[in-house]
Design a protein around this ligand. Structure first.
Ligand SMILES: [Zn+2]
Length: 87
């Protein structure tokens, strides 16, 4: 998969263990395509749904994670993992 497993910063879960998280839920008009999915392990998938963490795609279609104000008062986006990046 594009994100090479869990995309959460610091995550290292192999793709087989990761779920596809819909950036927009299908009831809100989200499509099941790669531009609308980010790979997350079960733990971080639940974190996105049950806490104030948010995830979005940058203009380069890389996931970035926005921490809740309880973690970072300024809610500075954190780039997701790029384990598939070959330099
Ligand atoms: Zn994870």
């Amino acid at each position: 998969m594009r994100d090479g497993g869990c995309a959460f910063p610091g995550g290292s879960t192999p793709p087989a263990w990761a779920d596809a998280h819909h950036l927009r839920h299908w009831v809100d008009g989200g499509d099941t395509d790669l531009d609308n999915l980010v790979m997350l392990c079960g733990h971080h998938h639940r974190l996105m749904h049950h806490t104030d963490w948010e995830v979005e795609l940058t203009e380069h279609l890389r996931p970035q994670f926005i921490p809740p104000a309880s973690v970072d008062l300024f809610r500075t986006p954190i780039p997701g993992n790029r384990p598939d990046l070959v330099s």
